[in-house]
Write a protein that binds this ligand. Structure first.
Ligand code: NAP
Length: 247
């Protein structure tokens, strides 16, 4: 899921490192525009595109048809909406679990055996800082992503002896469309302007700013490189130091 934001930044960085890629997103137009931008920045690589919903079986099959033997898998999907758990019915929970837990698990199911057979593989799941420190209005995210994190903790120890590492990257606040929509929702609740919320929020971060998606893409490219072969099952927080713990 690479047409915008963090997924796009990861796709761009990997292309600049010479990786041929297949990008996915549900909206074809924005994805094709994104792919063209990457092709212009990294003319030596092949960038394929698939309009697919990673929460649907046919979406996963379309992706595998376009890229049957990936060496690198970066899992990403949109985050669930904020809200109050009292308003969330079973269907709402199922959507969050599909997008933020099962899509990644099913894509790993289809790809890690081939990676192990070939002796090399890298999986990076884009999760959230909410896995480490819950964000109360994002209960759907706190819950669903914790499930993925627990699953990866187990699987990542089964694949590493065959050259396949699996890690999770946990974004704090990065300047993407997703962040802008969270600010708009918070501004409405608190009777402020989105700009006020943005400034207050940046001021609370030890870095006094939001992350640049390219910083996220660079961290992802490192995890996917040959240099990170001894690193598996890790949850790496990129948040400007916002999480206040020593470890
Ligand atoms: P974003 O700007 O909303 O981008 C999401 C990307 O995923 C888009 O390319 C979108 O394209 C695609 N996508 C969404 N659902 C999909 C699906 N079901 N199937 C295929 N593609 C799908 O989000 P972002 O800010 O880059 O964040 C990425 C992830 O990190 C999200 O899960 C978000 O919750 C999490 N996160 C972000 C931040 C932050 O600061 N930005 C912080 C914590 C966690 P289409 O809509 O066209 O499908």
């Amino acid at each position: 899921s690479a047409s915008r934001g963090l997924g796009y930044a990861c796709a761009t960085r990997q292309a600049l490192e010479g990786v041929d890629e297949v990008m996915a997103a549900r909206t074809r137009d924005t994805m094709e525009e994104a792919a063209d931008r990457i092709r212009a920045e990294a003319p030596g690589v092949t960038i394929g595109t698939v309009a697919a919903d990673v929460t649907a079986d046919d979406g996963i099959q379309a992706l595998l048809a376009a890229c049957p033997e990936p060496d690198i898998l970066v899992n990403n999907a949109g985050g669930p909406p904020p809200g109050d758990f009292r308003d969330w019915d079973r269907e709402t929970w199922h959507k969050a679990i599909d997008a933020n837990m099962l899509a990644a698990i099913f894509l790993m199911k289809e790809t890690v055996d081939g990676m192990m057979a070939r002796g090399f593989g890298r999986v990076v799941n884009i999760t959230s800082g909410a896995v480490k420190a819950p964000i109360s209005i994002l209960g759907l995210s706190n819950g669903a992503r914790a499930g993925l994190t627990g699953f990866v903790a187990g699987l990542s120890r089964e694949t590493v002896a065959r050259g396949v590492t699996i890690n999770n990257l946990l974004p704090g606040p990065f300047d993407t469309d997703r962040l802008a929509s969270n600010f708009a929702a918070r501004a409405k609740r608190e009777g402020k302007t989105p700009d006020q919320v943005r400034q207050e929020s940046a001021a609370h971060n030890p870095a006094r700013r939001f992350g640049d998606p390219d910083e996220f893409g660079a961290a992802c490219a490192f995890l996917c490189s040959v240099h990170a072969g001894f690193m598996t099952g890790q949850n790496i927080l990129l948040d400007g130091g916002a999480f206040p713990g020593t470890l």
